[in-house]
Design a protein around this ligand. Structure first.
Ligand SMILES: [Zn+2]
Length: 481
C-alpha cells in the first residue's frame, strides 16, 4: 500500500499518514452553516476534502467520511458573539429557520454534485443530534471542565489549559492537543469578546446557550431550554459516527484558532483521549476578481455565478486541483479559463481513446509520477501535470492506449472522463449516417434544398430524427435513443 505524507497541523510537520485500523480511515470534515449559498472560497475547502478522501482511496484505504450540516448555533462571530447566523438570515428572508436551512442544504448538495464531489458516508444535521450534544456536555461537566451559569453552560478554558491537556497527551500518542499554539491572551485578542457577565473568563465558550427567549430553535436540557454552541456540535457528531479518537479531521485554516481548538478541548476533556490524530487545513481562495462575475455585490461568487459566466463547474474543480492546498489561491478568470482548456483537452481525448485495449507500457511511468506527487503532501499540480503529459505523450507517439491509466488518475481528479466517454460514444453517429449528414450539411450550405430534402428523407428512413433550427444548424439523433 502506498503511503500518503501529509502536513499535520497538530505537529506542524509533514507526517506519514497511518490510520488506527487500516484499511479503514475515519474522517471528519467541517461542513457548511446553511444560512446562505456557499461561495467559491468555501467550495475550495470541500473540494480539498474530496481530493484528500480520493487520494486515500487511491492508496487503497476505505474512507468513512462524515460531514456536518450546521443549522443552529453558529454565531456571526466564530466565538460566541453576535446572533445565530441561520436565525438571522431566516428573519431577513421571511422564512422559518427550518425552511431556510433545508433550502440552503439542498443548494449545497447540488453544488457538490456539480463539482463531482463524492458524497460523504454521513451528512449529519446539528438539529438531529441535540441528544448527543447534551450527552457530551454532561460528560464535560462531570469531568469538571464546564460549568452552568444563568446565560449558558460554558467550557472552562482556564482549567482545561491548566490540567486538561496533560490527560489526553499522557494517554495518547504524544501529540499535543493544541493547534494554534497561541497563549490565551493572544487567542481572542483579535476578536470582539462579548463578555457575558456570568462567564468565569472571557475565553470560556458556550456549550449550551440559555435564556435567549427570542431564539426560535430551542430544546429542553438538564440545564434548561436552550440550544447548542457550534463547536460542540462537531465534537458530538464526529464521536457519534466515528468513535472517540478519529484518524483525520480537516477544514479551512480559519478554523484553526477557535473552532478546531475548541473541538479538541471539548472532546479530549470529555474522553481523556486524543480527539483526532491528524488535523489538515487548506488555505484560502483570495482575490478581488471574483467581483466581476458575482451577482451579489461585495460577496465572493457562488457556483451559479460561474455557470452564468459560461464556465464549466468542473473547470473550477480542476483550477483548485492545479494549486497546492496549503497555498493561497488567487481567483482569476484567466486562470479559470486555462483550467477549462485543460478540462476540455482531457475530455477531447475521449473521442480517440481506446478503452477496449490494455494500456501501452509507457503509461506506467505517468501513473507512478502521478501517485508519487499525490502522496507527497498532495502535490496536485504535479499530479495534474503527469496526467496531461500522459495524454500529450499518447498523441505524440500516435499510440492512444492509455485509457485504463487515465481513468485511474481521474478517480482522484474527478473530471468525469468515464461519463464523457460514454456520452461521446452514445452520441457518435455510425460512419454511413455521418456521411449522409455531411452531404446534407453541404447541400444546405449550397442552398440546394432539393438535395437536402432528399437526404433528409433518407435519414428518416434509416431511423434518424432530423431537426433544423432557426439559426441554420441541424441535429441528428436516432429515434430510439
Ligand atoms: Zn467543525
Amino acid at each position: 500500500m502506498r503511503t500518503l505524507s501529509i502536513f499535520n497541523s497538530l505537529t506542524r510537520t509533514v507526517e506519514k499518514f497511518e490510520p488506527l485500523n487500516p484499511p479503514l480511515v475515519t474522517y471528519y470534515s467541517c461542513g457548511p452553516t446553511v444560512y446562505s449559498r456557499q461561495h467559491l472560497g468555501n467550495m475550495r475547502s470541500y473540494l480539498f476534502a474530496d481530493t484528500l478522501k480520493r487520494a486515500l482511496e487511491f492508496d487503497g484505504f476505505t474512507v468513512r467520511h462524515v460531514m456536518n450540516i450546521t443549522d443552529v448555533g453558529h454565531m456571526t462571530s466564530d466565538a460566541d458573539a453576535g446572533e445565530d447566523k441561520v436565525e438571522m438570515a431566516a428573519h431577513a428572508e421571511g422564512r422559518s429557520p427550518q425552511e431556510l436551512a433545508a433550502r440552503y442544504t439542498q443548494a449545497f448538495l447540488g453544488d457538490l454534485e456539480q463539482l463531482n464531489v463524492e458524497p460523504a458516508e454521513v451528512y449529519c444535521r446539528a438539529t438531529d443530534h441535540i441528544t448527543d450534544m447534551i450527552g457530551l456536555i454532561g460528560r464535560i461537566i462531570e469531568r469538571g471542565y464546564a460549568y452552568v451559569a444563568p446565560s449558558g453552560v460554558y467550557f472552562d478554558v482556564v482549567r482545561y489549559r491548566a490540567c486538561g491537556r496533560s490527560v489526553a497527551e499522557a494517554k495518547g500518542s504524544g501529540r499535543p492537543g493544541r493547534l494554534s499554539r497561541q497563549r490565551l491572551e493572544e487567542q481572542h485578542s483579535a476578536q470582539r469578546l462579548e463578555h457575558a457577565p456570568d462567564k468565569r473568563s472571557p475565553h470560556d465558550f458556550a456549550l449550551w446557550v440559555l435564556n435567549q427567549p427570542r431564539h426560535l430553535m430551542q430544546w429542553d436540557s438538564p440545564w434548561g431550554r436552550g440550544y447548542p454552541g457550534w463547536h460542540v456540535e462537531c465534537s458530538a457528531m464526529a464521536m457519534k459516527y466515528l468513535g472517540e479518537t478519529i484518524d483525520l479531521h480537516s477544514g479551512g485554516i480559519d478554523h484553526i484558532p477557535i473552532h478546531h481548538e475548541n473541538e479538541i478541548a471539548q472532546s479530549e476533556s470529555a474522553t481523556g483521549k486524543p480527539f483526532a490524530r491528524y488535523f489538515v487545513h487548506n488555505a484560502f481562495l483570495v482575490g478581488s476578481e471574483g467581483a466581476k462575475i458575482s451577482k451579489s455585490a461585495g460577496r465572493f461568487p457562488v457556483l451559479d455565478d460561474l455557470v452564468a459566466a459560461g464556465i464549466n463547474p468542473l473547470a473550477f474543480r480542476l483550477f483548485c486541483f492545479a494549486a497546492k492546498y496549503r497555498s493561497e489561491l488567487g481567483f482569476s478568470l484567466d486562470a479559470l479559463k486555462a483550467a477549462e482548456r485543460n478540462l476540455y483537452y482531457l475530455w477531447g481525448f475521449t473521442k480517440v481513446a481506446r478503452p477496449e485495449q490494455p494500456d501501452a507500457p509507457f503509461a506506467r511511468d505517468y501513473y507512478e509520477r502521478f501517485a508519487e506527487a499525490l502522496n507527497d503532501d498532495l502535490n496536485t499540480p504535479r499530479a495534474l501535470a503527469a496526467a496531461l503529459e500522459l495524454v500529450a505523450e499518447a498523441y505524440r507517439r500516435s499510440d492512444l492506449r492509455v485509457w485504463q491509466t487515465l481513468t485511474a488518475l481521474d478517480r482522484v481528479m474527478g473530471l468525469r472522463l468515464e461519463a464523457q466517454l460514454n456520452y461521446v460514444r452514445a452520441s457518435r453517429l455510425p460512419d454511413d449516417i455521418q456521411a449522409l449528414v455531411d452531404r446534407r450539411t453541404r447541400a444546405r450550405a449550397e442552398r440546394n434544398f432539393e438535395l437536402a430534402d432528399q437526404l433528409r428523407q433518407e435519414l428518416v428512413a434509416r431511423g434518424y430524427e432530423v431537426r433544423d433550427r432557426r439559426d441554420g444548424s441541424s441535429s441528428y439523433a436516432p429515434r430510439w435513443s
